[in-house]
Design a protein around this ligand. Sequence first.
Ligand code: APR
Length: 249
Amino acid sequence: MSAPVTVDERLIQTLRESASTVFLTGAGVSAESGIPTFRDAMAGLWSQYRPEELATPEGFDRDPELVWRWYEWRRGIVSRTHPNAGHHALRKMQDCLTDPILVTQNVDGLHQRAGNEQTIELHGNLFRNLCSRDMHAVTAGQLIPGVPPRCTRCGSFIRPGVVWFGEMLPAEALERAREAARRCNVFFSIGTSSQVYPAAELAEIALGGGAIIVEVNPERTALTPYAEFVLSSPSGAALPEIARRLGSN
Ligand code: APR
């Protein structure tokens, strides 16, 4: 059981007065659901590989079967997990705030499973499949079985709908996230090392627009010095406390 979390009353007041609040989440929010962060996922059976060998277009071109099996392994892990208290608290907070916008770097879909259907997914979603030739989303009925499956329309390999190293983020999602960061009064950075761009740029955009930064992370990051409020606690403890205080008028 983690230590009780102290939430500054000024933060609660600031949230109540905020006309727009952005939440950016990273792998740390899902850690308490038992989902290894990206780099932890390279442990065990997969430790012989580097992320760059598996999560890149070159890695897929070199060995599509290996890459597909790795993602099937990750899908298996995620499908056996559940949203944690942090995901559920974020969902509850949406009901107490004006214009809340949730942006995630995670590909596990746990925010949606907690009820946040409008989540902006910057790095795609593990359970989405794309035709590797034209990058169009394909449904289960548009796959020819195989490892990896092939596209029924063009015969190309199917790939997971996640953003790989060296690839551009989905333009529409990134623009919506940047616009939200520009407009917001409060910007939460939750469970992210704030190291990976362009997602890490969102906090800078928010700061530039005069937003107050709130960081929820047991560890310090490059963003910590710029945060008005720092909750050095796991998100599964900090977020429910904020939701409780927001809900108790
Ligand atoms: N609650 C809050 N934060 C946590 C928790 C927790 N329970 N556990 C760990 N953290 C923090 C860690 O201190 C770290 O700062 O979560 C952060 C996870 O950082 P990363 O593993 O770098 O994950 P993330 O920031 O989401 O990475 C961004 O890089 O790996 C690629 O594409 C991948 O989307 C990912 C992107």
